[in-house]
Write a protein that binds this ligand. Structure first.
Ligand code: NAD
Length: 347
């Protein structure tokens, strides 16, 4: 029987509960489809940091490299470990080391979920560049603490980085409804964003079957609220994608439904799948975390592994549960009850 090696990093707070829920559902789906999931759990978290002084061991990245995929819960506990330490000690090194340059997030309303918009039917795939751009970390400060202090942060856009994320976007659009929206601010940022627009136009020639539209980030934010049904695949830089995907999570009913994948499209290192939400310290011990975002992220993992049938079965089971009103209102159902409803729909 075919089997996949999965690294599980539950992390902190609700990360552990939602990862456990996702793992149970994925295991059931795998058995139903006739393949195996061989999970190894790693305790890398803020607890681990307090015990060892690091978010993961020095050979953590090399340990993960041997896996087919990584399923992550959430990392962070700001009262005990500064977010800058927990993020830079675990998530960011993994994304960077494994060149997970495409951060993809689906935004649509599950059956029964009422979003804040009048629009009920939209299906957007946001693709955020995950390795460079505005978050490249290039910059510095001088004359610290004086009246002459200067802070500079430079965006880095490379031809390789922009081309590969746009090409990934075109490929996704081709598999979906054939529409690609490229997001920049090229009226105001006349170097990096004009560069992005030029590359979009050049690549468009390779994808004559994909309809391309260019938007400025401000217009795109308005469009996601006013006419989300007009959008299919949306590709944006690191910063713009970060902001748009929070908007996407909001219009799909909240963080309990927002799934994500950090993809290495070349498949020369593992990709990582994780809900968008964090460790939610405010509800961590109440047993009411919504596991749907984590389970949906798990379905994306199955899809990435080539198990489209099992991925579809998981999504159908999530939709059957939410259509019955399970897991659609924050705090109304326990994590275990939402998981049980999805497992029962899976059969
Ligand atoms: P958060 O996403 O943890 O929580 C924001 C709000 O949404 C909270 O009120 C929380 O209760 C609620 N919420 C989030 N997920 C939920 C779910 N599945 N079900 C029900 N309610 C849910 O964001 P935060 O409070 O800003 O961050 C807490 C910690 O998580 C911080 O340390 C932060 O750095 C970290 N964080 C980690 C990740 C990650 O691991 N990818 C992402 C975001 C935040």
């Amino acid at each position: 029987m075919k089997s996949y090696k999965i690294a599980l990093i539950p992390g902190d707070g609700i990360g552990t509960a939602v990862t456990e829920a996702a793992w149970e559902v994925l295991g059931r789906a795998a058995r139903g489809a006739g393949f195996g999931l061989d999970g190894t759990s790693f305790p890398w978290s803020c607890d681990f940091y307090e015990k060892t002084g690091a978010m993961m061991p020095a050979d953590g990245i090399e340990t993960l490299r041997g896996f087919d995929a990584i399923l992550l819960g959430a990392v962070g506990w700001p009262k005990r470990v500064p977010d800058s330490v927990s993020l830079h000690g675990l998530l960011l090194p993994i994304r960077k080391a494994f060149v997970q340059y495409a951060n993809i997030r689906p935004h649509r309303l599950l059956p029964g979920v009422e979003g804040p918009l009048r629009a009920g039917s939209f299906d957007i795939l946001c693709i955020r560049e995950n390795t460079e751009g505005e978050y490249a970390g290039a910059g510095g400060r001088v004359h610290n603490g004086t009246a002459d202090e200067v802070a500079v942060e430079t965006s880095i856009f490379t031809r390789k980085g922009v081309e590969r994320i746009l090409r990934f976007g075109f490929e996704q659009a081709r598999k979906r409804r054939g529409k690609l929206a490229s997001v920049t601010k090229s009226n105001a940022q006349k170097y990096s964003m004009v560069f992005w627009d030029e590359i979009t136009a050049r690549l468009a020639a390779d994808y004559p079957d994909v309809e391309v539209a260019n938007y400025h980030i401000d217009a795109m934010a308005a469009r996601m609220v006013m006419a989300p049904e007009s959008l299919d695949v949306v590709v944006a830089s690191n910063l713009f994608g970060d902001i748009l995907t929070d908007l996407g999570a909001a219009i799909q009913g909240g963080l309990g439904f927002a799934a994500s994948a950090n993809i290495n499209p070349e498949r020369d290192a593992p990709s990582m799948f994780e809900p968008v939400h964090g460790s939610a310290p405010d509800i961590a011990h109440l047993g009411i975390a919504n596991p749907i975002a984590a389970i949906w992220s798990g379905a994306m993992m199955l899809e990435h592994l080539g198990e489209a049938g099992a991925a579809k079965a998981v999504m159908t089971a999530i939709e059957a549960a939410t259509a019955r009103g399970i897991g659609i209102e924050p705090g109304k159902h326990k994590t275990e009850d939402i998981t049980a409803a999805i497992l029962s729909a899976l059969g």
